[in-house]
Each structure stands twice: as structure tokens, then as C-alpha cells.
Design a binder for this molecule. Structure first.
Ligand SMILES: [Zn+2]
Length: 197
């Protein structure tokens, strides 16, 4: 069985180089998890250890926030026999638009990448407003820093990565000048990043 990082590299879900992040900072690595979803067999292999952990947790439902979490919620549900649903934004508010959660059902959030865990708080609120209990998060890649733990516990991840990123003026890759700066983020991501600056 391949290491998760090797599988991610094989489908360009994890890239090494010199990248401009949507935050405006520079990094030597870039995660684009949608690329893993191109290959269901590799996705299943990466998620197998996470699914094994989920089986021990006594959950009822896997909740994937759209878009990034939907496929991973589905895959975890497929491997565990649980139910998968998704939350989505309506008027910019994360909601359970199409699904019900029965009162007291135990839910696990499935994310692709967790960087701060703050964005999962909206999914947790949607679960709790529907009467569910949020046990925590699972993800493919856990990028949280020890000094800034996720506000919702991360119960399992396929891969833990501590990737440094730099302010442009402090970027060692810019100083080296060997690798051109690559921008892979979507236009929409950039607009959102600008709006939050
Ligand atoms: Zn740079």
C-alpha cells in the first residue's frame, strides 16, 4: 500500500515548487485536493485509514461541506456503511438545504484540507441547528499548526503536513530566484482573498 503523500503526488493533488497562495503568501508546496477525486481508486486508498478510525467512533452521519467535502464524505460513508450528506451555501450561509438530521444523530464533518478549522465551525453550527451532535472533523490533509489547533477536534486525517509559508518579501524561494512563482488558485478564490484582506 502506497504512502498517502505518494498517492497525492501521483495525481498532482500535492505539488512542490514555488506557489502564490490565495492569502497572498508564498509556499513551497500546494494542495489541490480535487485532483485526487479524479481517481476513485486512489481516493479510496488514501481514505482507508480515515474510514477505519471513523468505524471506531460510533457516528451515524458523515457531513461534507460543499464543494471540497462532498466526495470525501461519500467515500467515508461508502467504506463505513454510514450515511453521507452535505451542507452548502445559501445566500452565503452554510446550510443543510436538502437533508434532515434526526435529533441526536452523531455527525462527523469530512473536509479535504483543514488549515485553521475555522471554516468547519459553520458546518458544525448547521449540524447543531438541525438537532445533530458534531463529534469532530476528519480530513484528507491536516495542515493545522501546533500553536493554532482546530477549534473542532480533528478525529482522523490521511496525512499531516506542516508546510511553511512566507510573506512575499521574506520568501526564501524568491531570494533564491531559481523557481518562478506559480499561481494555481481560481479567480474566485483570489477575489475572496482580496475581500478578506
Ligand atoms: Zn516567493
Amino acid at each position: 500500500m502506497s504512502e498517502a503523500i505518494e498517492i497525492l503526488k501521483s495525481c498532482e493533488a500535492f505539488l512542490e515548487g514555488h506557489f502564490l497562495l490565495s492569502s497572498g503568501r508564498h509556499s513551497s508546496a500546494y494542495c489541490q485536493m480535487a485532483f485526487l477525486q479524479q481517481y476513485p481508486d486512489r481516493c479510496a486508498e488514501v481514505m482507508a485509514p480515515v474510514a477505519a478510525k471513523v468505524k471506531e467512533l460510533g457516528a451515524d452521519v458523515i457531513v461534507g461541506p460543499a464543494m471540497g467535502g462532498i466526495v470525501y464524505a461519500y467515500e467515508l460513508a461508502r467504506q463505513t456503511g454510514l450515511r453521507a450528506i452535505f451542507t452548502e451555501r445559501v445566500d452565503n450561509v452554510m446550510t443543510l438545504k436538502r437533508f434532515a438530521i434526526h435529533p441526536g444523530e452523531k455527525c462527523i464533518i469530512a473536509e479535504d484540507v483543514v488549515t485553521t478549522g475555522i471554516s468547519s465551525l459553520e458546518t458544525k453550527r448547521a449540524i447543531e441547528e438541525a438537532g445533530g451532535i458534531c463529534l469532530g472533523i476528519t480530513c484528507v490533509v491536516d495542515r493545522t499548526k501546533p500553536e493554532a489547533p482546530s477549534p473542532i477536534p480533528i478525529l482522523a486525517s490521511a496525512l499531516k503536513l506542516d508546510l511553511p509559508n512566507y510573506a512575499p518579501e521574506e520568501c526564501p524561494l524568491c531570494k533564491e530566484g531559481k523557481l518562478p512563482l506559480v499561481h494555481l488558485g481560481s479567480r474566485k478564490m483570489n477575489q475572496q482573498a482580496k475581500q478578506t484582506l
